[in-house]
Design a protein around this ligand. Sequence first.
Ligand code: KG4
Ligand code: ZN
Length: 336
Amino acid sequence: MAGKLILGIETSCDDTAAAVVRDGKDMLSNIVSSQNEIHKKYGGVVPEIASRKHIEVINIVIKEAINKAGVKIGDIDAVSVTNRPGLIGSLLVGLGAAKAISYAQGIPLITVNHLKAHIYSNILINSKIKGNFLGLIVSGGHTSLYFIDNNWKISEIGHTVDDAAGEAFDKIARYLKLGYPGGPIIDKLSKKGDPSFIDFPRPMLDSGDLNFSFSGLKTALIYKTKKNKGLLKKENLNDLAASFQKAIVDVLIEKTINACKQYGCRDILISGGVAANSRLREDFKEICKKENIKLYAPPLWLCMDNAVMVACLGYYELVSGNVSDLSADVYSRSDL
Ligand code: KG4
Ligand code: ZN
């Protein structure tokens, strides 16, 4: 079979995922086993449970990815795995599986950065995308802005100083007893709500830098609803959700557009779980059209954690000679 076949493995948080991608662009399979149902009752990811669940399903998920791709393990040219940043116990499961396959098959092991993989997910839907663009990665664990130059050198130019945007959605959903993960639930309620119901603060808009902060916004909602319990009535829930969501979306968009102008970019690329938010996507589309900026927003399944993006980035690391070995380790935090 022509082309390089990369097996991608992703276990950095609570999704066990494997995928086979040819030449960094043709997806042959994409398997994701979600642990949402398990963590739901705790209102968030419990790291110890996450790593145990990864162990239970990792081999099944990898086998399924290879079968669905219609290939054999012996056809795989390299194995690419997320080894940073993420939950240590979870990352170790993926790395252990990748090392075993690399050793047994005698194929290269590539260790990749999860956030860089989110950025590369856009190549799958648009392989012509050139450098010099602005990237916003917004998920349950991260909210960061990146400048990607013409050589695809990625520099972080802003980040959250406390909670990630997805974390704020998840925490507020837990406070409102709506369920987990909170982002999609708040997104759904907001569709029927009035975003001007409560004028929440837009934190950090005047901070003079490109950083974010969402912890105060979360506190503002809790404070307002404790002071006025009527806000928590069922008939106000959609409006409350829509107002909270709009405050997050406004900040994410304004900061990203500012960064785009500051760095002289004409393209914006968004990814990560919160990039699936319908209000964020719609508002981004509108403002980018007005500002004559091209917006790259991957389909929803590609915004969430997956191994397709890990295999895609793995291909580019492989052809650049960035290969790892069996001494590779995992890291809870990591710069790009
Ligand atoms: O990228 P991801 O799958 O995992 C991490 O790397 O964190 O993102 C998960 C996060 C969760 O916080 C979830 O609530 C949020 O993405 N999320 C959303 C939406 N779908 C997922 N947030 C807002 N609106 C959505 N539609
Ligand atoms: Zn992610």
